[in-house]
Design a protein around this ligand. Structure first.
Ligand code: TXD
Length: 318
């Protein structure tokens, strides 16, 4: 029996998610959007490419949550993206309302789904989603860290002329300017990045530039696109999470997960390394952080907490 994957939001990321899922034959796809035509049109267009790429999954579009019922995976991108000059936090008011509607739509129809939230401001929106749906915390997760880590690894590969396949790193904490590139856990062909700095292959200043470019990675693309924000890398990152769940790959991935005591932090969603398998978030990995990483991580968590307090002012039921 093929798995069922519902994509709530059929915009730039939603459409790309649908295409990637179809090409990888992860399951049948239901594209949901309040703009039903967008969902239907994109589903039909991707379906019409199946003879070319030889994939065998069904795709459909709808604005009726009944059509998404009993989904194995739900990936949520419903919301508005940034315009040039906006911060991710500026989206809070409108996207909080939207995620409440989405929660109402999915909580009765797909109570057992693994839910990946992508809508910004990510950490607070995924936390609100879990509260609105009251789904198990290990089945509600946010996509940000994979994208941020991927951006950082890409920038390092360009700078050092090293294949992305030979670079390991991860960016944790909130999905905003306070995100933390874990330099003490960054390996270039197995060698710590601090060694490359000592050897003069990259200066500390240049490394800090790449970290800052990662923090502003979304804004850089928003500036180019003018209308809309990044969608290819975000979609690729969301599919990575869905695939690890559907195939029980138990990959270790940086994601916005519910932290319940790990890293000395409680009762908040933020980017941490997690193991994703058939039970959803199966484990939170506690890395040994350097003192600099730890203090930056704590600052980032504080920024998420402050934004969640702002969300509670908008919706005291949170
Ligand atoms: O790393 C990350 N998490 C971020 C997330 C990376 C990039 C973009 N990030 C955020 O994802 C972005 O700031 C937005 O909040 C979401 C979706 O971005 P996308 O680029 O896909 O936005 P679009 O193209 O505007 O698509 C959003 C769709 C659009 O078709 C609307 O009609 C639909 O959402 N929409 C809704 N669908 C269902 N239900 C409701 N209420 C609704 N409202 C709008």
């Amino acid at each position: 029996m093929r798995k069922k994957i519902s994509l709530i939001g059929a915009g730039q990321i939603g459409g790309t998610l649908a295409h990637l899922i179809a090409l990888k034959e992860l399951g049948d796809v239901v594209l949901f959007d309040v703009a039903a035509g967008i969902a239907k049109g994109k589903a039909l267009d991707i379906a019409q490419s199946s003879p070319v790429n030889g994939f065998n999954v069904n795709l459909s579009g709808t604005d009726n949550y009944e059509d998404t019922k009993n989904s194995d995976v739900i990936i949520i991108t419903a919301g508005v993206p940034r315009k040039p000059g906006m911060t991710r936090d500026d989206l809070l008011g409108i996207n909080l309302k939207i995620i409440k509607q989405v929660a109402e739509g999915i909580k009765k129809t797909s109570p057992n789904a693994f839910v990946v939230c992508i809508t910004n401001p990510l950490d607070v929106i995924v936390m609100a989603l879990q509260k609105y749906t009251n789904f198990n915390k290990n089945k509600v997760i946010g996509m940000a860290g994979i994208l941020d880590s991927s951006r950082f690894i890409y920038f390092l590969s360009q700078e050092l002329n090293v294949s992305v396949k030979k670079i390991q790193s991860l960016v944790l904490g909130g999905h905003g300017d306070s995100m933390v590139a874990m330099l003490n856990h960054t390996l270039i062909d197995g060698k710590k990045i601090s060694k490359l700095v000592e050897e003069g292959l990259i200066s500390k200043e240049r490394l800090d530039d790449l970290v800052n470019r990662t923090k502003k990675g979304g804004a850089e693309i928003v500036k180019y696109l003018e209308k809309g924000s990044a969608f290819y890398a975000p979609a690729a990152s969301g599919v990575e999470m869905a695939e690890s769940y559907l195939k029980d790959l138990k990959k270790q991935l940086p994601c916005a997960a519910y932290i319940d005591g790990q890293y000395g932090i409680k009762d908040i969603y933020a980017g941490v390394p997690v193991i994703i398998g058939k039970n959803g978030v199966e484990k939170i990995i506690e890395l040994k952080l350097s003192s600099e990483e730890e203090s930056n991580f704590k600052k980032s968590i504080k920024a998420v907490k402050e934004l969640f307090d702002a969300a509670k002012k908008i919706d005291p039921s949170l």
